[in-house]
Design a protein around this ligand. Structure first.
Ligand SMILES: [Ca+2]
Length: 491
């Protein structure tokens, strides 16, 4: 690994590469390695639409087994693309999960596993944010000539220096954090702001209308940029973190599962609108659509969302907390109607998109994710690129998966929610292939597997750290010494 290159150096280098590739493509219109082959058909790389739901569970859509919610448009993505059964977010909560999506790294790698106060997620006026030195998906694709937009929830820092417009996005419409972080007594939080780029345009924003507005904004951006490659990160606010999801008028009370079901069906409607727009614009076969969630459905009494058949709830390191639905559709390139059971993660999006765009992920730093084009394209024998995957709760390493096995480490003081683990001994071992619900601990029968996974955990501790102990491969987060609230400009 080379050191010393800043984000700016990466962007400059990548920009030069774009120019070189453009010249090359002009000379060899059909055979350039950057624009032919896996990068996509024709002479331009694919558009990418990344649709992210908030707190939507593994079992919340029909193509993952839900029998109550009606999700024909999401199911269509499964019919026309690939459905991943073992796809992971890197955290059970928003901020760290989103840091991984954008950077291709474990949250601890980029210092976004906790706030400066050791909390789960960033609150308004937090000092912390994703470091401006990190390279995001938007940076990588923008350097390849893409138009880049984020529509929706950011949650990687609400201070000006941390906003998406400083992280490679040409445009932004959305809320800079969670939709439950509204003005309230005892908190210095401002009325919930809707931002256009770096300016608040509405506060408090009408949360019920967000899904429709976000959908319209994404379609407007796609339409305006149909003649060039584009990247849209559509990060919906729902089902979200409020005790009753906010739902548009047209969907209120229309499902068989209360506001949660209404919001899932509204997300399905939104997905259908986007697919219709792609069809109308003739962009179907040059657009990769990825649809997923940032973490599992949280526990509610009575229950609202579903993580079935997985065990546990959002905000934990149980499978139900971190394994998410993930669908990918690209007609003509991603084979239709396939299921992929190989382990993949949100960290793979950056390296994969970089390659699809004819570029490379940043080489001056460690990126934890992998190029999963072989899984997307269904290459015969394509296997998970992970020897091990690590489950952290805030700063604590709690579990390791390798192949079919998941080991919950013994912890004298396990933090957060989720299953209880022994304080000492081998921990809890589950065979996720034979026992997807993590019901039968088989640690005693497989001491060799326990030893192997424990060694992986030691590797993670050295590299990424654990608890207060720093790892050798951690990078610092961004820090704003004097945070200010995002409020409407004076009139
Ligand atoms: Ca979330």
């Amino acid at each position: 690994m080379r050191h010393g290159l800043t984000r700016r150096t990466f962007l400059k280098t990548a920009g030069a590469a774009t120019a070189a590739v453009a010249g090359c493509a002009a000379l060899h219109r059909s055979g350039s390695p950057a624009t032919g082959g896996e990068a996509g058909g024709g002479d331009r790389p694919p558009n990418v639409i990344l649709i992210l739901c908030d707190n939507l569970g593994y079992g919340d859509v029909a193509c993952y087994g839900n029998t109550v919610h009606r999700t024909p448009n999401v199911d269509r993505l499964a019919d026309e693309g690939v459905r991943f059964t073992d796809f992971y977010a890197t955290s059970g909560v928003c901020t760290p999960s989103r840091a991984s999506i954008l950077t291709g790294c474990y949250p601890r790698r980029v210092g976004m596993h906790q706030t400066e106060r050791g909390d789960w997620v960033l609150k308004p006026l937090a000092h912390r944010g994703l470091s401006p030195n990190e390279v995001t998906i938007a940076d990588v694709l923008k350097a390849r000539g893409y138009a880049t937009a984020i529509v929706g929830k950011w949650h990687l820092g609400d201070q000006p220096r941390f906003l998406p417009t400083r992280q490679g996005f040409d445009s932004y419409l959305g809320i800079p954090y969670s939709d439950d972080m509204t003005a309230r007594p005892g908190k210095p939080w401002p009325p919930l702001p809707l931002m256009r780029n770096e300016t608040v345009i509405e506060a408090p924003v009408d949360r019920a209308g967000l899904t429709r507005r976000y959908t319209e904004e994404a379609i407007r951006f796609i339409t305006a940029n149909r003649g060039r490659p584009f990247f849209v990160y559509l990060a919906h606010a729902t089902p979200g973190s409020t005790t009753r999801p906010h739902v548009g008028k047209a969907f209120r009370g229309t499902s068989k599962n209360g506001p949660w079901g209404d919001s899932v069906e509204e997300l399905d409607w939104s997905t259908g609108e986007l697919l219709a727009a792609l069809d109308r614009l003739g962009l179907d076969d040059r657009t990769l659509v990825i649809w997923l969630s940032d973490n599992g459905a949280p526990r509610r009494q009575p229950p609202q969302g579903s993580n079935k058949p997985l065990a546990g709830w959002g905000y934990t390191t149980d499978e139900g907390g971190m394994r998410v639905p993930c669908l990918a559709r690209w007609p003509g390139r991603v084979p239709a109607g396939r299921t992929c059971a190989e382990l993949a993660t949100t960290m793979d999006l950056l390296p994969t998109f970089a390659r699809l765009a004819g570029g490379e992920p940043p080489e001056d730093r460690t990126i934890d994710g992998h190029d999963i084009r072989p899984l997307l394209f269904g290459h015969p024998g394509a296997a998970s690129p992970y020897d091990a995957f690590f489950y952290y709760d805030v700063d604590q390493l709690q579990a390791v998966r390798a192949g079919r096995w998941k080991l919950y480490l013994p912890l004298a003081a396990k933090r957060g929610r989720g299953r209880k683990v022994p304080a000492s001994g081998p921990g809890l071992l589950y065979d996720l292939v034979a026992d997807v619900a993590e019901a039968r601990n088989v640690a005693d029968a497989h001491p060799d597997v326990v030893a192997r996974l424990t060694a992986f955990a030691d590797r993670a501790r050295r590299d990424l750290g654990d608890g207060p102990a720093r790892g050798a491969g951690q990078r610092p987060p961004g820090h704003e010494p004097n945070p200010t609230p995002r409020t409407l400009p004076p009139t």
